[in-house]
Design a binder for this molecule. Structure first.
Ligand code: TYC
Length: 101
């Protein structure tokens, strides 16, 4: 059997690349109660109360906060579910997704 090994191609891009990751962003609004935001973060993103409170507070103060990073389909599903959870209660809370870097 002939050898097919070649010298490693130093300085070239790897053939297999990691799939791009997406950030789930929490957006501030003037209407959704703070404790409701915390409960959605805990329910959909499995955050403990302290972590959820920190993310909610950052979004409240700065307008937006990164909640977590996932492959694209997971990020979109979680953002939609979390937004729908708020919509079902009549709140305008929004989660969005954007590619990392
Ligand atoms: N700003 C809201 C209030 O004062 C609370 C809130 C925080 C809403 C973070 C959305 O992403 C948010 N009730």
């Amino acid at each position: 059997m002939g050898s097919t090994r070649q010298k490693p191609r130093l300085g070239t891009r790897p053939v297999v690349q990691r799939p791009r990751l997406y950030k789930v962003m929490l957006l501030n609004d003037d209407f959704t109660p703070r404790d409701f935001v915390v409960s959605v973060l805990q329910a959909e993103f499995r955050m403990d109360e302290g972590a959820a409170l920190a993310v909610m507070t950052t979004a409240h103060q700065r307008g937006t906060c990164v909640v977590a990073v996932f492959p694209r389909d997971v990020a979109e599903t979680k953002a939609t579910r979390a937004t729908d959870m708020a919509k079902a209660e009549g709140f305008p809370l929004l989660f969005s997704t954007e590619p990392e870097e």
